[in-house]
Design a protein around this ligand. Structure first.
Ligand SMILES: [Ca+2]
Ligand SMILES: [Ca+2]
Length: 90
């Protein structure tokens, strides 16, 4: 995420909780919890769990697993816990 500082863009992803090492392939912004602010759902590839970053006054927390939408996740000792859809190369 970048903040527009009078035409110069500053990376604030870590500051707001959106820095993530997973391999993302897309995102959609919407009000997931119907509280009036924008949250973001991020789709990831290579069976990395997807993220649902819920906005709490400008700080985001990944609630995908808690809300049951982290499809593709897996733990080291188990097979994928949900459907893992391969993403074609771009
Ligand atoms: Ca919201
Ligand atoms: Ca909120």
């Amino acid at each position: 995420m970048f903040r527009n500082d009078d035409g110069r863009f500053t990376d604030i992803a870590a500051e707001v909780g959106l820095a993530d090492s997973r391999k993302s392939v897309g995102a959609v912004w919407f009000d997931a919890d119907a509280d009036g602010d924008m949250d973001v759902y991020v789709g990831n590839m290579d069976c990395d769990a997807n993220g649902l970053f819920v906005n709490n006054r400008g700080k985001f927390t990944d609630e995908a697993e808690r809300r049951g939408v982290a499809w593709g996740e897996r733990t080291p000792k188990t097979p994928p816990t949900a459907l893992c859809v391969p993403v074609p190369p771009m």
